[in-house]
Ligand binder design. Structure first.
Ligand code: HEC
Ligand code: HEC
Ligand code: HEC
Length: 131
């Protein structure tokens, strides 16, 4: 029963996503994806929004190299930072539901990332947890 309800919620979210994509986004070439859940903490992103849309994967890649090979942590483009600001208020995650921040765009763009198999997709409480 509970499972069925969850399925319905997912189905509804997908329906909304599809609707947004077909109605509003068709006419807005500047937009990369349907605006499903874009609420974020903070005044602004770590770079300006157009740069983030275009280049966030490159920033993350550089940050990973800097951390893993250079030992730099807590830096500007950390994945933890993305999660802290962009986690959904409803699900608490950036990638638990189709409507969550990272997933909403990636589903639309047919991008698959494995990052959250290792990294927490939810803000980690101060003092511990996975990287
Ligand atoms: C197999 C496990 C694994 C996967 C998959 C993985 N990472 Fe990591 N990642 C790590 C570990 C371990 C570290 C080192 C953590 C540390 O030393 O703080 C790290 C560090 C990082 C850092 C630097 C620390 C930070 O929070 O900024 C970034 C950025 C990062 N990874 C991004 C990614 C991205 C983007 C993906 C998906 C494309 C990804 N990782 C996939 C294990 C993984
Ligand atoms: C301090 C909080 C904060 C951090 C940290 C942060 N963001 Fe953002 N981000 C925002 C805000 C606020 C916006 C909305 C800006 C706007 O509406 O113009 C945004 C916008 C974005 C956008 C554009 C969304 C859209 O509507 O097209 C992307 C993509 C993005 N962020 C990805 C990331 C990634 C990836 C990281 C980690 C490397 C990150 N953000 C870190 C606050 C943050
Ligand atoms: C505004 C839409 C949008 C948002 C929001 C977004 N992404 Fe992306 N992301 C994309 C698109 C589009 C691509 C594919 C770009 C390409 O292939 O050039 C991508 C690609 C990536 C890649 C590279 C995947 C690969 O296989 O090359 C990573 C890593 C990534 N995103 C991480 C994130 C993370 C983490 C978040 C959430 C914090 C996020 N993205 C939020 C649109 C978005």
């Amino acid at each position: 029963m509970r499972h069925r309800r969850a399925m319905l919620i997912v189905a509804a979210a997908l329906f909304v996503a599809a609707g947004a994509a077909s109605s509003s986004d068709r006419n807005r070439t500047s937009s990369l994806a349907p605006a499903i859940e874009r609420a974020a903490k903070g005044e602004r992103c770590v770079e300006d929004t157009p740069s983030m849309r275009r280049n966030h994967m490159r920033y993350l890649e550089h940050q990973r190299d800097a951390t893993v090979h250079g030992g730099i942590r807590g830096a500007r483009h950390s994945l933890k930072g993305c999660v802290d600001c962009h986690a959904s208020q409803r699900t608490g995650s950036v990638a638990a539901q189709p409507t969550d921040f990272c997933t909403s765009c990636h589903t639309y763009a047919a991008v698959k990332i494995d990052c959250f198999e290792c990294h927490a997709s939810r803000p980690v409480p101060a003092g511990g947890g996975k990287p």
